[in-house]
Design a protein around this ligand. Structure first.
Ligand SMILES: NC(=O)c1ccc[n+]([C@@H]2O[C@H](COP(=O)([O-])OP(=O)(O)OC[C@H]3O[C@@H](n4cnc5c(N)ncnc54)[C@H](OP(=O)(O)O)[C@@H]3O)[C@@H](O)[C@H]2O)c1
Length: 260
């Protein structure tokens, strides 16, 4: 019996790293379900992927900051008779500033998108992958996951969660053919930077941001190679390794300076 083509659900596919991850999977022949709020951008990408790679691309507009959105998404997939082999939890955003000065609702929305929706979608889609004993989950964290980040305290904490959660799950599924992989990019030139108000930070003034294409390709290859963690780019790899040997007070001091 022929195996049906793999179907990949990518959150945050309307721009940046998510759009490029969708391209990586489509190029390899996977059908895609593209999820984000901006329906027009998803439709444009779906048309491009279908004509460039001959795959089927579905569009699923959804706002992941809406509490309970996970069950609505699953209902939508069921109504369209779509099953998900690979879940790419890429959608996310950051906000920069002193915690007490930032909009409280935006902070809660950030936790909802970066943490709660990611966990909920994984919980709802993973059991079927385990039953089929194939596919997996690719979570997008950040090098922010490796230490606390003053002036982006909530964002860094959400990404520490994503990394810890991914590593824990990867071990739970060690004996199966289901892969759990985490991509931890450093600074990347996407709309994230303007939205998080990070253009003027030392991090983006001094660093050399990577392109979303390179970051996505590294994440895709890491997932296919069943690597639990992929840190793209040598400067980011070195930075992540050095954090392990640096006292936490110094590591968070450096992160705080970079975020200023
Ligand atoms: N750029 C960096 O320097 C960097 C570094 C490390 C990690 N990351 C991580 O990489 C991931 C992708 O970010 P990016 O750099 O590619 O930024 P981006 O271009 O701003 O893309 C973010 C994506 O998330 C989606 N999204 C945001 N809020 C959403 C919501 N409420 N509901 C549904 N979708 C939502 C956006 O779509 P809509 O606006 O259309 O909803 C967009 O497709 C994020 O998790 C980010 O934390 C980025």
């Amino acid at each position: 019996m022929a195996v049906s083509p793999e179907t990949v659900l990518i959150t945050g596919a309307s721009s940046g790293i998510g759009r490029e991850l969708a391209r990586c999977f489509a190029r390899a022949g996977s059908d895609c379900i593209l999820l984000a709020r901006t329906e027009e951008a998803l439709r444009e990408l779906a048309e491009t992927l279908e004509s460039d790679y001959g795959i089927t691309a579905h569009v699923l507009p959804a706002d992941l900051s809406t509490p309970g959105i996970g069950s609505t998404i699953i209902q939508n997939l069921n109504d369209r008779d779509l099953s998900v082999d690979v879940l790419v939890n890429n959608a996310g955003f950051g906000v920069r500033g002193r915690f007490s000065d930032l909009d409280p609702q935006r902070q809660v929305d950030m936790i909802q998108v970066n943490v709660t929706a990611l966990t909920d979608l994984t919980r709802r889609l993973l059991p079927a992958m385990e039953e089929r004993n194939r596919g997996g989950v690719l979570n997008v964290a950040s090098t922010a996951a490796f230490q606390p980040g003053p002036f982006m305290s909530v964002y860094y904490a959400t990404k520490a969660y994503v990394l810890s959660f991914s590593e824990g799950l990867a071990d739970e599924l060690d004996a199966s053919n289901v892969t759990v992989s985490c991509l931890a990019p450093g600074p990347t030139r996407t709309t994230f930077v303007e939205k998080a108000n990070m253009n003027e930070t030392h991090l983006f003034q001094w660093g050399v941001p990577m392109t979303p294409e390179t970051v996505a390709q590294a994440g895709y290859e890491g997932f296919r190679a069943e690597r639990t963690l992929t840190v793209p780019g040598w400067p980011n790899k070195i930075g992540a390794a050095m954090v392990r040997f640096t006292p936490r007070s110094i590591a968070r001091g450096i992160a705080g300076w970079l975020n200023r």
